[in-house]
Design a protein around this ligand. Sequence first.
Ligand SMILES: *[C@@H]1O[C@H](CO)[C@@H](O)[C@H](O)[C@H]1NC(C)=O
Ligand SMILES: *[C@@H]1O[C@H](CO)[C@@H](O)[C@H](O)[C@H]1NC(C)=O
Length: 386
Amino acid sequence: MAFSQGTAITYYIFLVLFVSTGHVAGGCYKAIVSFGDSLTDTGNLIRMSKSSNAYVMSAVLPYGETFFHHPTGRYSDGRLIIDFMALSMGLPFVEPYFGGKTTGDRSFAKGVNFAVAGATAMDISFFTERGITNRCTNASLGTELEWFKQMMSSFCDTPSRCKQYLGSSIVLMGEIGGNDYNYAFLQGYPKEKIVSFVPKIIAIIASAVNELIEHGAQTIIVPGNFPIGCSASYLTHFMTANTSEYDPKTGCLNWLNDFSEYHNRLLQNELDRLREQYPDTTIIYADYYNAAMRLYNSPSKYGFKNTVVACCGGGGPYNYDGLVDCGSASSTVCDNPSSYISWDGSHLTEAAYKWIADGLLKGPYTTPQINGECIFRSPKTKLSDS
Ligand SMILES: *[C@@H]1O[C@H](CO)[C@@H](O)[C@H](O)[C@H]1NC(C)=O
Ligand SMILES: *[C@@H]1O[C@H](CO)[C@@H](O)[C@H](O)[C@H]1NC(C)=O
């Protein structure tokens, strides 16, 4: 892509104005509004479970041991990608939508998180119809969008104030969809049929992005999927004696990583389409896949001694056992989570999330590029040409 001199100059002037108005010092965004699953949940599922007495895996130590020193509902030993994003943008940790007082007087001015651990992109009925179960929650992306609309109607009383709130926020749409695949794959649903879920899941994510833009969102980050072939849960479930199924460098299962890349390719195509439809909205793809692969490919460079083996789990070659959760009596936890990429076999350690957030915030794993706490609007050229 040749970006014309005129565009370059405009862009340069824009940057100068941007910096000199002090906009950066005051923070580029007033709030983070997020959706997703356990990669992003900062406390919704754990608070929802208090009324239903449902079992929540992350409600006990060692979840939270590294940073918060107590369980917060986060599925890690410490902070998540969203926490590092908030920190870098000068914002507080993003407040879960659930819990505490009524929505009107809670501190959503600086952010609100609708992500629920276990949530799927598709509605629960999609899975029950196919005999696939979600033992964690009935919440889906559709549920989260309903909550979002409820919250907006009480938190910002007029449409123009809502538009202003959302327009000055970063919207984090996901990661979502990972669980749709996790439940299906790990419950033995046939691969060919799971492949046919992908366009449906992409369509649901795109429709959520569409809806948020219609509500006034101007800056939206849409993450792709992690490399599931490197996940201890998948490596355990799909263990094989055929060594050519593994990537010799990382020990990850190639066909599962290919599946994640397929999802990510379709997602990016859809984001290109949305960018054409909404040229004034900044739609950012966050490449979780490659930001994570960087760690599996060069672990020692990032301080990791263990890549695919989980720090906390029920034993076995990957320290993962679907029947023995991290935190249960017969599980074990490693002494130094910061030397592990995998926390509990399905989620990553704070150390891994920190490097991934770093790769997103400082580059090169977002399109267009995030620069520090701000996202520079892309020059008005088609991103897919670059
Ligand atoms: C999901 O919904 C079904 C039917 O309403 C209910 O029986 C079940 O307990 C719910 N599960 C969770 C985890 O909320
Ligand atoms: C082993 O895996 C490779 C790569 O997926 C495949 O081409 C080959 O047919 C497999 N071999 C056996 C004996 O199943």
